[in-house]
Design a protein around this ligand. Sequence first.
Ligand code: NAD
Length: 240
Amino acid sequence: MSVAIVTGAGSGIGRAIALRLAKDGYKVVVNDFNLDAAQAVAREIGATAFPVQGDVSDEQDVARMVETCVAQFGQPTHLINNAGHIHQARFTDMKVSDFDRMIAVHLRGVFLCTHAVLPGMLERGEGVIVNMASQLGQIGGVELVHYSAAKAGIIGMTKALAREVSEQGVRVNAVAPGPINTPLVRALSQDWQDAKAAELPLGRFGEPDEVAGTVAFLCSSDAALFVGQTLSPNSGDVML
Ligand code: NAD
């Protein structure tokens, strides 16, 4: 039986991933910082989902999330490190606290959640971890030094861990979406959104379920040869 923990699953891409994995037959732990949001998504899925409030940057919250998963559904076979937030500031205006929070949620969050589930996966000799990066971790984004650094860090962490654990049956990969139509992007100015959509080869932003499809693929045995890769559902914005 497949049991997935999806972090930040109360909204946007994480919600779409939780719904997609549930549809594919997984039991799903729906984590979010926002309890109401996690509960709403778990209700939408039904009995095969369980909501867990928690901040991925908090070690105790993460431990409780994994314990709840084991108690409800058994050991997690899949971990989707998706939780994240955005914040824009010119580098010279960026507060140390903005930088620290960005690194804590994205980089420390991926570290803590992975640290909590990996020993069980290694013991069983199987597991899949998918980390949500961003194309801004590949090309950088204006007023997003902290976000770009955190996402580049996630790509580096993905590659390094994949080298360490693949032979023991755990596959680790990342996804680096372009602009996706979620509350996170809708918080950016309309001018930015219009200009960005116009320059995309595909001519439009992605939808959350289109990223969920990429994650579902990486979670599946069809992706057996994908190790330490970063897949790019990005409307053609960045071509590597
Ligand atoms: P979103 O704001 O719609 O959803 C993010 C969810 O994560 C929210 O429900 C929020 O409450 C939760 N969250 C935030 N901090 C958390 C924490 N510390 N612990 C637990 N939950 C937390 O955003 P989204 O667009 O769906 O983004 C999901 C992921 O995809 C993020 O990592 C984001 O950086 C990444 N991403 C998004 C885009 C995009 O264009 N939307 C592009 C590239 C990458």
